[in-house]
Design a protein around this ligand. Structure first.
Ligand SMILES: Cc1cc2nc3c(=O)[nH]c(=O)nc-3n(C[C@H](O)[C@H](O)[C@H](O)COP(=O)(O)OP(=O)(O)OC[C@H]3O[C@@H](n4cnc5c(N)ncnc54)[C@H](O)[C@@H]3O)c2cc1C
Length: 500
């Protein structure tokens, strides 16, 4: 068993939530150690390279890289440790291909987007504007205050006196979901289904179960800071955060799998790695999911009642079946957008392999593929159960069969795709579980039933003194900018607790 130095904070995992916590603390002078089980940082925002292609593991529609306001949290997190990233602005957030020939683009320009939607649903012109304008009001409240820990009364008082209107506005919106707001302004069932898809594509839940605060952020920031793709791929965000961490005196170890959070007298005091090494710190932060944190890393202890309540309210979302393709460039017609969503039948919105997400990041950064080629990342929700109990041959055959069906569906968007294939790799929920260390490969928590907006999402402190959670199973949920928010809040709360 190795002896190890003491740290102010140990962060388990180098996802964007963990790295933002670590860099925020390190920038304030705290002694921080990040322990990452994999070979590189980033988690779901990581990358892998094959035959000249650099594929994003997951995320590629990136919010938070704007240059103004307070919600550009990725720009801010990098700047806090002296880093920046060049980005490519994406002119269209999503090109939707939906049932009944509902073909719509979410343009970066708000009026252009509303114009396209209003032309499609002329009878709902006023309602469309009222709905999306109200989302802007939510966003404007968020975007006018510094976003830190809601668990710090001093911070809350300060922002309240600086901007009472915004704070009261947010308090009012906090317990609401998107569904009732959409139904207040909109009647057309197809348009309501479109709003469901607008939510589902990032919250993995329809409007009824999607918090309004998150929707205000997504539905407005895409037209404000915009969607911007980092040069060199999404993996660059984590790489740069690590550079900033090390520049400010922090440390990171790879292939360092934490198997246990050590406690003394009920308080978290350190961690133990798979190789037996123990590290001690004043504070321990888990960037693993809450299920992994309390189910695996603290498995010898009874589940705190607060966590049991959370698990009764939130369930694991499905994982994904991912198809990473390298294709000949000429299969994409001129003007093809970077992000697409395909659904043929509304009944399948939430179904296993129903909604199909597509990203073609090489349309923004051609350097990610060999000359004359593009990357197509297509992914669709899938459950771990669907992939269990198979021998290696059956597993391989099922992967090939599912990939073939996805390619057939993609042919509707990109005719000739099959003939243009140059490289193909399939990831399943088992792959996500194995490489991301996420239970069942889940994308994150989704409400089991209609909950009061974001009110029931836990902040960073946990029932175990000295232990904090950060990332997508903490407030405010999934997505890179959201977990960066969680990292800012966690870093801020710990800095206060440690007196930095
Ligand atoms: C297919 C897919 C597409 C997505 N698309 C988008 C998108 O377009 N835009 C967007 O904003 N978001 C997207 N997301 C969501 C986004 O990627 C995640 O919400 C976010 O990256 C999660 O960050 P995190 O910090 O919570 O943790 P994670 O990314 O899960 O990172 C946690 C890290 O902790 C490490 N770890 C776990 N357990 C241990 C342990 N015991 N010891 C040591 N290390 C450990 C893991 O290896 C990992 O590196 C997508 C996700 C997926 C899967």
């Amino acid at each position: 068993m190795g002896t190890a130095p003491n740290y102010d904070a140990i962060v388990i995992g180098s996802g964007i939530g963990g790295l933002v916590t670590a860099t925020q603390l390190s920038a304030k002078g705290a002694k921080v150690l990040v322990l990452e089980r994999y070979l590189i940082p980033g988690g779901s925002a990581g990358y892998f390279e094959r035959e000249g292609y650099r594929f994003d593991v997951g995320a590629s529609m990136i919010f938070g890289f704007g240059q103004k306001g307070t919600t550009n949290l990725l720009t801010r997190a990098l700047a806090a440790v002296g880093q920046e990233l060049e980005t490519f602005p994406d002119p269209t957030q999503i090109h939707y291909h939906l049932p009944g020939g509902l073909d719509l683009k979410v343009h970066r320009d708000y009026e252009q987007f509303l114009g396209e939607l209003e032309r499609r649903f002329p009878q709902e012109k006023a309602g469309i504007r009222r709905f999306y304008d109200e989302c802007w009001r939510v966003f404007n409240c968020l975007n006018s205050i510094e976003l830190l820990s809601l668990e710090d009364p001093q911070y809350l008082l300060r922002v309240f006196f600086q901007n009472p209107g915004a704070c009261l506005g947010l308090a009012r919106y906090l317990p609401f979901n998107v569904g009732p707001l959409a139904r207040k302004y909109i009647r057309d069932p197809d348009l309501l289904k479109f709003i469901d898809m607008e939510c589902y594509c990032w919250s993995v839940a329809p409007a009824e179960r999607t918090p309004l605060i998150n929707a205000g952020m997504v539905f407005s920031d895409r037209h404000y800071g915009g969607i911007n793709y980092p040069k060199g791929g999404v993996g660059q965000i984590a790489q740069k955060l690590v550079q900033g961490l090390e520049k400010t005196g922090g440390e990171i170890c790879y292939q360092a799998r934490v198997t246990q959070i050590l406690t003394e007298g009920g308080r978290a005091v350190g961690v133990k790695l798979a190789d037996g090494t123990e590290y001690r710190a004043q504070r321990v932060v888990s960037n693993a999911t809450r299920w992994d944190t309390f189910g695996n890393l603290l498995k010898d202890q009874p589940l705190p009642p607060r966590e049991a309540r959370w698990q009764r309210r939130y369930q694991k979302s499905p994982s994904f079946l991912s198809l990473h393709l390298g294709v000949k460039a000429d299969v994409l017609s001129v003007g093809t957008e970077c992000h697409h969503i395909l659904l043929e039948d509304w009944q399948n919105l939430e179904a296993e392999q129903g909604t199909l997400f597509v990203s073609i990041p090489t349309l923004l950064d051609p350097s990610l593929a060999p000359a004359g080629h593009h990357i197509i990342h297509a992914f669709t929700p899938s459950w771990l159960e669907y992939w269990q109990g198979l021998n290696p041959k059956e597993y391989q055959a099922k992967k090939e069969d599912c990939a073939q069906r996805l390619i057939q569906r993609l042919e509707a968007l990109f005719p000739g795709l099959e003939a243009a294939l140059d490289y193909q790799e399939v990831g399943t929920p088992r792959t996500h579980r194995r490489f991301l260390g996420r239970v069942d490969g889940t994308y994150g928590p989704v409400p089991r039933r209609v909950l009061p907006g974001l009110l029931t999402m836990p902040f960073n402190r946990t029932a175990v003194p000295g232990l904090y959670c950060v990332g997508d199973s903490a407030f405010p949920g999934q997505g890179l900018n959201a977990v960066a928010f969680s990292g800012f809040a966690c870093g801020h709360r710990i800095a206060r607790d440690l007196g930095y």
